[in-house]
Design a binder for this molecule. Structure first.
Ligand code: ATR
Length: 280
């Protein structure tokens, strides 16, 4: 039976992952069968059983199923365990092995593609949901300085700070405290606010002299935060498209044993516009 791959999500029709994996397959000469499968929350176990019966060998999992995927894995990588979320499933005999490539994808995009030195950057994370959980451990491992987390729902801020288990370096704070938190060198928008609702207001005072702003969203959902970052004088404003391509390359490597080259695929998706915008 040929090996099948897929991305599970809800909704998922808009996903760029089938296009990205097809391009990686073409580049590496590996025949890829990768499709998007829409799965209602609560139906992931069932959908994966069908997928296995058809030859499913690996899958990506996207919103809102990453925590459900985490729960059904038989074993996990350390980074998936720390994130509490799985975006990559690898079939291993009769079991599912879970990994999370989002964080390493983000760090690789920022450091390699955008040449940002993350070390010692005083960092503000907006949001404490699944996306924030996926990337926070990798940012800490990449050597950022102190990490301040602010979220609309304070309980989630506290839960994420507790899970990261680095008191003294990770600081949960209230949204109302934002104007008093000082200047940051890196601001990460890990909220889903831009997808369907207006972004909450951010004081310009949080923008430091060499501040880079990063939105984990891409496309239209990233427009409000990218616009705020440019208007507020951030040195760089990077959306989540590069992270998407890099996390896909990590997943591809897990399944096929070859890490594809990502620049051409990023350029294809991005058209001729540069993702890194320098305010002048
Ligand atoms: P994801 O997996 O994309 O992170 P999620 O786990 O539902 O999705 O988390 C969404 C994040 O965006 C949360 O931090 C959420 O804040 P709450 O925890 O308070 O819900 C944040 N968010 C969504 N809409 C928002 C808005 N309009 N203003 C501020 N934060 C918002």
């Amino acid at each position: 039976m040929s090996r099948h791959f897929a991305v599970f999500g809800h909704p998922v029709a808009h996903s760029l992952s089938p296009k990205i994996h097809a391009a990686f397959g073409k580049q590496t000469g590996i025949a890829i069968d990768y499709r998007a499968i829409d799965v209602e929350p609560g139906q992931l176990t069932h959908a994966l059983a069908d997928f296995i019966a058809q030859g499913g060998a690996g899958a990506n999992v996207t919103l809102p199923l990453k925590q459900a995927a985490f729960s059904l894995c038989d074993d996990l990588t350390e980074r998936a365990r720390r994130a509490g979320a799985v975006n990559t499933l690898v079939r291993n005999g009769d079991t599912w092995h879970g990994d999370n490539t989002d964080g390493v994808g983000l760090v690789r995009d920022l450091t390699d593609r955008h040449a940002l030195d993350l070390r010692a950057r005083r960092t503000l994370m907006l949001g404490a949901g699944g996306a924030a959980r996926g990337v926070a451990p990798a940012l800490l491992d990449a050597g950022i300085g102190e990490l301040y987390i602010v979220n609309r729902t304070p309980q989630r801020t506290d839960a994420l700070a507790d899970a990261l288990a680095e008191p003294g370096r990770v600081h949960p704070r209230y949204l109302a405290d934002l104007p008093a938190l000082g200047e940051f060198d890196l601001i990460v928008n890990a909220t889903s606010a831009g997808r369907d609702q207006p972004m909450f207001s951010l004081p310009r005072a949080v923008v430091g002299r060499r501040c880079a702003a990063v939105d984990l969203n891409y496309g239209e959902a990233a427009i409000p935060f990218m616009a705020w970052a440019r208007a507020s004088g951030c040195m760089a404003a990077v959306d989540g498209l590069g992270m998407l391509v890099e996390q896909a390359a990590e997943s591809f490597a897990r399944w096929h044993g070859v890490r594809p080259e990502t620049d051409a695929v990023f350029a294809m998706l991005h058209g001729h516009a540069a993702a890194l915008v320098t305010a002048d």
